[in-house]
Structure formats: C-alpha cells, structure tokens
Design a protein around this ligand. Structure first.
Ligand code: CA
Length: 694
C-alpha cells in the first residue's frame, strides 16, 4: 500500500523526470523562429561552455526560458555517480546562465545542469530537467556528464607543429577514402593490436602473409594505395554503442546518432571512463596520420540527433528541431527529427562545433550527412569561419532533396540544386554513381558497366565533372559506392545473377576506372579495392549494414592472399597513381573542359571513346561495356570527327590502362602511331592512351 505522503513524493519526482515532449508547448514553439525572440535572445559571443580564464573556470550555457539553473558536481562521469555539490548559476543577458569556479578545485571533475522551468503554459506550473552541457569538451562514459578539462594537457608530442600534409592541394587532386574506424582493424588477421580503436588507425608495419609474400594491412595498406584524405565515419560521441561494454560485447554501429557533438566517441578510446583519454588518443591519431601524409575528413551529422533527449533540446525544449505548433516533428532525416539550422542559436551551435573541431583537432575536411536538410546560410557561415582558421578546408556533403518543414520563410536548403548559392561546398554525385552501376534504390537495375545503354549520356557528362546541378567539377564528389547501400561488388552480383567471378571483377574494374578518370573529386569506399562484400550468415548480401557487426562489416584482409584480389588492389592503386600524374584529369574551368573533350561516334552504344587535351598532354580513353572485345581504329575514328585533325600527326601514344593493369607508367611496350593505331579493347574493360611527351 502506498501512503499518501509517498504518493505525493512520487508525483513530485514524476514531474521532475518529465518527458521532454511534454515541455514542447505551442506558446514556446511559435516564438522560437520569430524576429522578436531572436533579437532578444541571440547570443553572439564565442564563449559558451567552459573555458579557463586565469585561475578560474568560467561556464556559460543558454536557456532563455529557465527560471533557475543549478550546476551539479560529481567526482566521476558515470550516469549514477553521486552528486557532491550543487551550485546556483546566475542569469545574465540573452538567456545566458553563468558561473565562475576556482579551477584548482574543479578541473577533472564532472558536471551537469538542473534546469527548472516555472509557469509552463498548459502543462502545469513547474518542471525540472537534468542535462549535460551541449558545449561539453570532455565527457565520462556514455557521455552522460561533462568534465572540466584543460585541453592543452591533452596535446600529444608534436601537436604544436602538426599540419595538414596536403594543405595547399587542389580539391580535384585529392583522393578520398571513406572508412569506418572499426572496419580497418576488426578482423584479427589485420595484425592490428588496437582493434576498433582510434589508435588502430596508426599502427605501422602490419601485414598478412601466405608464408612467401607479405601484404600490407591497415595504415600501410591505405598509404600504399595512394589516397590523400581519410574520411572517417562519425567519431563524435554517439549514442548507439554502450561504451561500458568490452570490445567484443559492443554492438556495431556506424554512429549517425549524435549525443555530444564536441567530444570524441568513447568506444574508440582505450578508456571511455576518463574524459581525457579519448581526446588525447584522437589527437595522437590525427597527428600520426598527418605525419604519414594523410589528411583527415570528419563525417558530421548536424541534421538530426540521436533522440529528443539531446541536451540542447532539454535546455530549451523544442528549440533544436523543426516542430509544428501541434508538436509534430519534421522527419526528413528519417531518424526521428530534423535540426532547425535556420534558428540563430542552432546555427551558431553548428558553426561553433565545426570550427571547434577544425581548431582543436586540426581536422582538414568535413563531410556533412544529409546536407540537404541544413540551410545555405549556415553553410556559408561555416565556410567563412573555416577560411578564417586555415585556407582550403574541404567541405562536401549529401545534397539530397528531402521533405523537411523549415520554421522560417525565405530559407534555402543546401541541396544539389542550390550548390551555386554556396562558396566551395562539394556534393556527392548520385548521377555518376547510379549511371555506373544502376540505381541504389533498385536492387536489380543495371548500370553502364552491366550493359545498360540508357546510362551512357549521364556517364559522358560526369566524365567532364559537370552533372546538371554542378557549375564546376570541384563541386562534384565522384564515387560508385560508400557505406550506404550494397557494396559495388555485391550490387554487380545482384543485378547480374548469371555472371561468374571473373566477369564481376571486370565490371568492378571498369566502374572504378570511370570514377578515377572523371573530372571532380574521387571517393573510394574502404575495401572496395579488395572487392569488399557484406554477406550475412544466411549468405545474403546486406544493404545497410549499420548494425550488422564486424563479421559483415570488417575489411577481410585474408582476401589479399588471392591473386585476383591482388590484381584488383593493384588496379585501384595504379588508377590512383595514373590520376595523380595526368594533368588533363584535374581541370577546373567548365568552358576549358568542354573545349578539351571530344567524344567520338563509335557505332556501338556501349563503347564510349573520347580524347581530352590539356596543353601538350593528350589522353585517349575507350570504355567498352559490351560483352565482346571491340577493335577500334583510332585514327579513322577521330578523323571522321572532322573537328579533330590528325591526333596522330607525328605523335606517338602509349597505353597506361587496359583490362589487366593501370599505372602512372606505360603498362605495355606497344607504341601507337599513324601506322599502328588500332586498339583492341577487351569486353567490359577500358583502355587509356597518352601521348609520349618529349
Ligand atoms: Ca558514445
């Protein structure tokens, strides 16, 4: 039996742990995007969260509707750690709450906030909410509590002189490799000790051997491949992994479920309990990657949060999301909520966060998840802010058009069709991706490499780096596969059920050749160079392997012991080297490109032949997606195209890429000239010639 007294206490507590949704009151929601609210409560200064000022810690947070705010202090960062002190915070202008503490007494201690809301319209008079600091720089296990930290103490040796090794590299000189941290080292055969950790990305000297020959794994493999930028799937603190579990108990997740935007994920550190460790290990990893010539791109997910318990949303209920006055959340992200980037303090939060990673962690590029849900003004502010930190920080994202309900008029979403309205923001090209291998949404739809003639025009346009939405090639990320959807090799199998391994490999090689020979910025899905497959225990290919564990997701290093996999790997490596050494593939001006490219009529819909010229360099490319070998007299072909006179007039050519090999040096001794200008291009393969320059 429950006494009346106990009942009252339980009711009080129930009110205290009120579901955040109960605090979405229409009176507040309708105000958030108004001019009045923004004028009254937009806080511009760059000092939210904690910072060290002399001997003090100064802590500030933003919660305009709070009636009271308390700071709770803990000795450790676990969810149920004991609250050892409560301190009233002081209300300042613009909805800011502030407190100053003596640093010596509080550094390395943990904290969160209790926010008291009073006179809540409709939903009762009072509610209490506990929230972590949205600007937390360090957190305890599972990101429940923030930690007071002196960040200078987390800098590894060499941090002061740490630089992006590719600082002044043109965007179209980059080769990006998209990797989930865990996938590189989860396979025991990788030889990497720090399995699934940040530190697993920087172990040198790992290899796999058949007893005769050694094949590089991990970092050495990536370096050998020749990539310039390592794009890592989310590594801010996310919510779907229980950090308190050991590596093997841990469930796998990609991490598109942000919890603490400004803190590294704990499961990638060797100790998620101590707020320092993950920060130090991530910085050490970035520093080492830089020393190995590799720049780091961070996958950032500002378009939605893990759930509505996100601390910012608790401090200002309903402010962070696009919510109608009826309390219904916009859900273009299909992750439960859409971030209201158009609101001044959300925009500030996103901009502050990106700039913080660039400054504090020396991040060289950002990949924006569902960029099309953010607005162009936010992206412009990010661009400007990054340019003030360092020149040339890379920005790209998914400019897909999604259904979302903006809370302000005259806002423009950062989709492909609005790419022109932003300065130096690149976007993934689904045009090339789907033209190469068929739509990612239609499992069995074939692309050009599998003999679909309808894709030829899209391939030609993409080869010039000019899909209809783009103004110039450096706005275009070219790829055939990434973490989403089936891997390239699996997609080929799914839409060509009858073909054997050999033919799948031919199509795969043709696919990557098209990517690497296109104007724009190439991106490789990690493991694609090892014919990555994602197959579950039932023998089915897995499309979105977000929760499928290491067995499905890890890069399987043992495949490197098989000659056909070695051949594919060398092909990817050779294409990378060829691309780097061929200036004609790095053009920026669309007018120059249109002039430089000439497509010849081959008489076979599935055979694309073009030449591209830049200064003294001439490249001739033939893609043959037909199932039979074709023979082409290049001289006759191009002479027929009257516009082009005598590509062979006194010029000699050599082959750099054929069905077998690709390299920055010729792959065969054959010299092609006026007398010998017939090339034989094998079924489902490509051939690339370049003129011999003296
Ligand atoms: Ca986490």
């Amino acid at each position: 039996m429950v006494s009346v007294f106990t009942y009252i206490i339980l009711m009080e507590r129930k009110k205290a742990v009120m579901n955040i949704k109960q605090l979405y009151v229409s009176d507040w929601l309708v105000k958030y995007s108004t001019k009045d609210f923004e004028e009254m409560f937009t806080y511009d200064a760059d000092d939210l969260g904690m910072r060290l000022e002399g001997e003090n810690i100064v802590l500030k947070c933003w919660s305009p509707f709070a009636a009271q705010m308390e700071l709770n202090i803990y000795l450790s960062g676990e969810e149920n750690s004991i609250n050892v002190e409560r301190i009233q915070m002081v209300r300042r202008e613009k909805g800011i709450w502030q407190i100053a503490l003596e640093a010596s007494g509080y550094l390395n201690k943990y904290y969160d906030f209790t926010i008291v809301f009073e006179n809540i319209p409709k939903n009762g008079s009072k509610a209490e909410v506990t929230a972590c600091d949205p600007y937390a720089r360090a957190v305890g296990v599972n990101g429940k509590k923030a930690m007071f930290i002196d960040l200078t103490e987390t800098n590894p040796e060499g941090w002061d002189t740490d630089r992006n090794p590719n600082q002044s590299m043109a965007w179209n000189d980059m080769v990006i490799y998209e990797l989930h941290i865990r996938d590189l080292s989860a396979d025991l055969k990788s030889g990497i000790k720090n399995r699934g950790k940040f530190l697993g990305l920087i172990e040198n000297g790992t290899y796999i051997t058949d007893g005769m020959e050694k094949f590089k794994t991990g970092l050495d493999h990536i370096k050998d491949l020749g990539i310039t930028h390592l794009h890592l799937l989310p590594f801010y603190d996310y919510g779907s992994i229980d950090e308190s579990q050991s590596y093997d108990e841990n469930k796998y997740n990609w991490g598109y479920d942000p919890v603490n935007y400004n803190v590294p994920e704990g499961s990638y550190s060797t100790n998620p309990y101590d707020g320092d460790v993950r920060i130090r290990e991530l910085k050490q990893t970035i520093c080492q990657l830089h020393q190995n010539g590799i720049s780091v791109v961070m996958d950032v997910v500002y378009n939605h949060t893990y759930n509505e318990e996100f601390c910012f949303n608790k401090m200002v209920p309903g402010y962070f999301y696009r919510i109608g006055a009826d309390g219904v959340l916009s859900n273009g992200s299909e992750c439960g909520n859409d971030t209201a980037s158009e609101r001044s303090m959300v925009r500030k939060y996103i901009v502050d966060s990106v700039l913080y990673w660039a400054k504090e962690y020396h991040i060289d590029g950002f990949r924006f998840d569902l960029l099309g849900l953010l607005d162009t003004e936010t992206m412009q502010e990010i661009r400007k802010g990054l340019d003030n930190i360092r020149p040339n920080i890379l920005i790209y994202g998914e400019g897909w058009k999604l259904q979302t309900v903006l809370t302000k008029k005259n806002m423009v979403l950062a989709t492909q069709e609005h790419v022109s309205e932003m300065d130096r923001v690149a976007m993934f090209s689904d045009n090339l991706r789907d033209a190469i291998k068929g739509s990612v949404f239609e499992e069995t739809e074939k692309g050009y490499i599998s003999g679909n003639q309808d894709c030829v025009e899209a391939i030609k346009i993409s080869l010039m780096g000019l899909p209809e939405w783009a103004d110039y090639p450096e706005q275009v990320i070219n790829y055939t596969s990434c973490h989403d959807n089936y891997t390239l090799f699996d997609k080929i199998a799914l839409c060509n059920k009858e073909i054997d391994m050999e033919e799948r490999i031919r199509q795969n090689k043709l696919a990557i050749a098209i990517v690497m020979l296109s104007q724009g910025i190439p991106l490789l899905h990690a493991g694609e160079e090892l014919l990555r497959t994602k197959m579950n225990q039932q023998g089915e290919f897995v499309s979105d392997s977000v929760r499928d564990g290491d067995d499905v997701n890890s890069i399987k290093w043992e495949t490197l012991l098989q000659p056909e996999y070695q051949n594919v790997y060398r092909y990817y490596k050779g294409l990378t080297a060829f691309r780097k050494n061929t200036r004609v593939l790095h053009m920026t001006d669309p007018a120059e490109i249109r002039k430089a490219y000439l497509f010849a009529e081959t008489g076979n819909e599935l055979v694309i032949c073009f030449k591209a010229v830049r200064n003294d360099e001439i490249m001739i490319v033939v893609f043959n997606a037909d199932e039979k070998t074709v023979e082409i007299n290049l001289n006759a072909l191009f002479v027929k195209e009257e516009k082009l006179n005598g590509i062979f007039e006194g010029k000699k050519y050599q082959c750099y890429i054929n069905e077998q090999a690709a390299d920055c040096k010729p792959v065969s001794a054959t010299i092609y000239d006026e007398n010998d200008c017939t090339v034989e291009v094998q079924a489902q393969s490509c051939m690339v010639l370049k003129n011999i320059q003296f």
